[in-house]
Design a protein around this ligand. Structure first.
Ligand code: 5GP
Length: 113
């Protein structure tokens, strides 16, 4: 069965797509926690970061590069942005398909709650 984010990648669930290639896509988060909040997901349904394997190494790099490029395209480079990957219960993960959050457009607090 497809994950929620596979369905978004495949266009079966609508989303504001910001980038799409053969390996990943980036789309606006449905519940933004900052003026700009998007997710970068691999097409491959890796459940979470700790379950990625060495064969995913270049894919993981591609996801990070894409996060940076889309952030730049959206004008976040100068003011800054944050990337977050939540793994499991304590991490706050709610969708079991690896995703990188990118948040920007306001001052973010540290440490996170
Ligand atoms: P997590 O809590 O797993 O790190 O992040 C999951 C994120 O996916 C949340 O920020 C949530 O708002 C977002 N999300 C959940 N369902 C949908 C959806 O159907 N469409 C979009 N665009 N984002 C979603």
């Amino acid at each position: 069965m497809k994950t929620l984010f596979e369905k978004i990648y495949d266009g079966e669930i609508p989303a504001e797509i910001l980038h799409k290639d053969e390996l990943c896509c980036a789309f606006a988060d449905i519940s933004p926690q900052a003026p700009t909040h998007f997710l970068v997901i691999p097409r491959k349904a890796i459940p979470r970061l700790g379950e990625a394997t060495p064969e995913d190494q270049s894919l993981l790099g591609h996801l990070l590069l894409t996060a940076g490029q889309v952030a730049k395209k959206l004008g976040l480079s100068e003011t800054g942005f944050r990337t977050v990957i939540n793994h499991g219960t304590h991490g706050g993960e709610t969708v079991p398909h690896l995703h990188i959050h990118v948040l920007g457009g306001r001052q973010l607090d540290w440490p996170p709650g």
